[in-house]
Design a protein around this ligand. Sequence first.
Ligand code: CA
Ligand code: CA
Length: 357
Amino acid sequence: MEPTTVNRCIAHRFLLRLGLVLVVGGSADAVDEPSPERPFVFERAVWHGVDDAPWSIDAAAFDGTPDRSEVVTSPVGFADAGDGSRQRLRGWIEAPRTGAYRFSIASDDDGVLLLSTSEDPANGRPIASVRGFTGRDEFDRQPTQTSRPIVLIKGRRYHLEARQRNVDGTGHLSVAWQVPGGPSGIHVPIGMRLEPAFRLEVWNGIARGEPYPLEVLQTPPTRVEDLYSMYSADVGTNVATRLRGRFRAPASGPYRFQVTADDLATLRMRRSGESGEWRSIAGLSSWTPPDVWTGRTGQVSEPVELGEGGVVELEVLHWQGAGPGHVGVGVSGPSGLDSRPLRAVSIPDRKGESETQ
Ligand SMILES: [Ca+2]
Ligand SMILES: [Ca+2]
């Protein structure tokens, strides 16, 4: 199908919906419809039972009336729509800042991601694709899943469209991006960004000693680093460090916090909002290899009961002498939560909310 025809179809559908709204006198449907004026609102549409031949997704048409469609605010398609289904996810995005973005698609089965150079869907071109399938939200299985860097201009809107087909079995579709200035290689849902949530302070020239109490921690650090995960792989030699962050419980239940470090470390906690003292909940009196989170006496805390949304502050006081030196904090908890290390959560990235950047 020619792009202009696609364009006409979309315009036609807008007019149809507008006409319907005018007739019935409502407005909710019109407000919900994705449009350049409503960036980060997406329509997902699915067609059932349309394909049993091994056609190429590049040649397939995604037009006509879908069997089902709905408006969503995160770019995630229908899951497990059935054998021989295909679906389309489309809407407009707005660049929160000027710079190079990377876009990624994950799908089961084949998928292709198109980005327009403007608001006009007719200018869309393929920028990333999946051949075969990936896991759900698995954006680094195939090199072609992620686009090359694409420069977008702050405040401009761009039409985005993802297409997927499910030959059989499970099926899914999702889209992610990496924004300018953000951590490379970490895919977050489009419209979101990661906020550095952890802070590492380093004091140089510290001879061997217990990590806590150290008078040096009362003095200004040699350097400070903001991190996207509560982990630093190489802090230098003969240094004292303090690694701080917060954890918000996604559900009520018991949580265990873990520390990994080389050489010595004490993990402390206090409940957010309390003026109370830090209390030690775990520690290491000898080094562990990197990413070893269990097995040492005292390395894992006793269960900490937290309510949903409950916040605790965490800090590691750490000393590293010669050779390699790392430090990190992890958590395990209800519903199979296993975050080692703790990672920053994504927050909305919208023009206007990022003016200070
Ligand atoms: Ca499948
Ligand atoms: Ca060491």
